[in-house]
Write a protein that binds this ligand. Sequence first.
Ligand SMILES: [Zn+2]
Length: 153
Amino acid sequence: MKCCIECFKDREIRDRFKSFNEKGNCDFCGAHNKKVLDLDARNSQEINDQNLAIDFENLIEQFTNDSNTNFVNKRHMLSDYLEKHTSIFSDSVSSEKILQFLKCLLPQQYNENPDIFDQPVIPAYLLNKDKLEREGIFYGKTWKDFKHDIQWM
Ligand SMILES: [Zn+2]
């Protein structure tokens, strides 16, 4: 499956797509004739070069299935969380498509830990009491802010 530049709101990710050569129709947001990344080309140099898979791998590692009852109303499906509480994806990409995208991009992680994708999660930082005072690492932030945060967590 192919994703495209229009799938993403995040400026840094969009910039990466500008260097891609392949144009086509997007399987996720439905845009036509855009710069695309073929997610099925698992050994594609582009995926490695652009570190998209690594970034999303780092992203999902920030979530846990911990069923701590203190946070019962903070549990969401990972894809719903990314749709509603981050500005990574465009509005035209639904939660269902985000889930599909993550499974396509990270098949190994999905095999190893399907619950992160298919069961409710909470951001792992909630479990860290020192960080409870903070608003939440994703709210209204850009991908770049987010990456800064995870480097310092
Ligand atoms: Zn797209």
